[in-house]
Design a protein around this ligand. Structure first.
Ligand code: NAD
Ligand code: 1GP
Ligand code: ZN
Length: 348
């Protein structure tokens, strides 16, 4: 008997391009939402586009947060309840979007994602990462009802944020390899569609790498399309598996060991070089990953991340413990193996 079923949650409206932040209210109108809009943002995104959002709504309330934490989620929930909010608008980087995503789950209301940086593929995903205890990885959450990604804003953001987004996408190569490995060895559920979409997204970004340059709106367009596509792959899989393998475990461990040292995308990119070496050895595609990162201007070494060699080795040798997700790290790599991989690839 056929008894499979799936529920894929995706945004209803995705607007991207030049000046689309000014169409935010139109995109919201299309969603037939009721109640008061409530803006969740952080100081810099608020300075950049807070007024552009506020002028479009008569009765908007807002809160500014500084970090992604359960305290921030609670603050948003309390403020939104006090303001009798009907829905949330998240304006900012990954931390703001993740906080609003988690808060909208608690409030049982929808939210709209307005990224100010093309720095991560959570802008559209049904995942939220809020650090809790030793946990750094994402958990399931409803995706945004709409995404409004203004390439004018994204192109003016610091270039490193865009290179972080590129690296988050390039890391899909090893994420998909890990997922396939877990499928073969541990019978982990694998989606051909989500795996193929994630891999193709990384390939298309790498094929366009030479056109990804600072201060070019076209570059923001290329990167944000890839981020959307990667987020959709996660929604199809109902898991972050298509975009998160051992390179993400490595990054989550770095977030515990040296919090705030480097951007998420940059960490997973460097992790991806080492993880590809562990997958396929000397002759594997780790040079292609390193070259792709290099071409878009993302870090390829621990030094460029501002992280010392010993911390990298600690993260590599302990990353397997942080989540029940089988990867090439298996039950853990030895320090010698980690050192060999990180040294051979020039990461340390
Ligand atoms: N939920 C998911 O599926 C998912 C996917 C990938 C990453 N993430 C999470 O997202 C976070 C990383 O996001 P991030 O790299 O955007 O970090 P972030 O949100 O901390 O933003 C980095 C900095 O950039 C600033 N910024 C944002 N837009 C700007 C602009 N236009 N101009 C100037 N400064 C600007 C922010 O204020 C912040 O200080 C991590 O916590 C990661 O775990 C989640
Ligand atoms: O589930 P995690 O490992 O947090 O991954 C989510 C996202 O960072 C994928 O790019
Ligand atoms: Zn990521």
């Amino acid at each position: 008997m056929f008894d499979k079923s799936t529920w894929i949650q995706l945004p209803r409206n995705v607007l991207m391009g030049h000046g689309v932040v000014d169409e935010l209210a139109d995109a919201v109108d299309e969603l037939y939402l009721t109640g008061r809009p409530f803006l969740v943002t952080s100081p810099t995104p608020n300075d950049i586009a807070g007024d552009a959002v506020r002028t479009q709504f008569d009765d908007i309330a807002s809160v500014t947060i500084e970090t992604a934490s359960f305290e921030s989620v609670e603050r948003v929930v309390d403020a939104a309840e006090a303001a009798d909010a009907g829905y949330l608008i998240a304006l900012g980087g990954g931390k703001v979007i993740d906080t609003a995503k988690m808060a909208s789950d608690s409030l049982d209301c929808g939210f709209v994602s307005v990224p100010t940086a093309a720095s991560h593929d959570g802008i559209v995903s049904g995942r939220s990462s809020i650090p809790e205890g030793d946990t750094r990885h994402s958990v399931a959450a409803d995706p945004p009802l709409a995404v409004v990604a203004d390439t004018t804003i994204l192109a003016e953001a610091p270039w490193e944020l865009t290179t972080a987004g590129c690296a988050d996408i390039i890391s899909n190569y090893t994420a998909v390899k890990d997922w396939q490995l877990a499928h073969r060895l541990k019978n982990a559920e694998y989606s051909e569609y989500a795996g193929a979409l994630s891999q193709m997204t990384a390939e298309m970004l790498v094929d366009n790498a030479e056109s990804i340059k600072p201060n070019l709106e076209e570059s923001a367009w290329v990167v944000v399309k890839a981020l959307l596509s990667s987020g959709v792959a996660m929604s199809i899989a109902d898991s972050s598996r298509p975009a998160s393998g051992a390179e993400h475990l490595f990054s989550h461990q770095l977030d515990r060991l040296v919090p705030g040292r480097a951007l998420h995308g940059h960490q997973v990119g460097v992790g991806s070089i080492v993880i590809e070496y562990l997958h396929s050895g000397e002759k594997g595609e780790w040079r292609d990953i390193r070259n792709a990162l290099d071409e878009v201007g993302a870090p390829t070494t621990a030094a460029e991340l501002g992280i010392d060699a010993e911390t990298v080795l600690e993260a590599l040798t302990t990353a397997h413990t942080i989540r029940d997700r089988y990867t090439i790290l298996g039950d853990g790599v030895s320090e010698e193996a980690a050192r060999e991989a990180a040294t051979f690839t020039g990461v340390i």
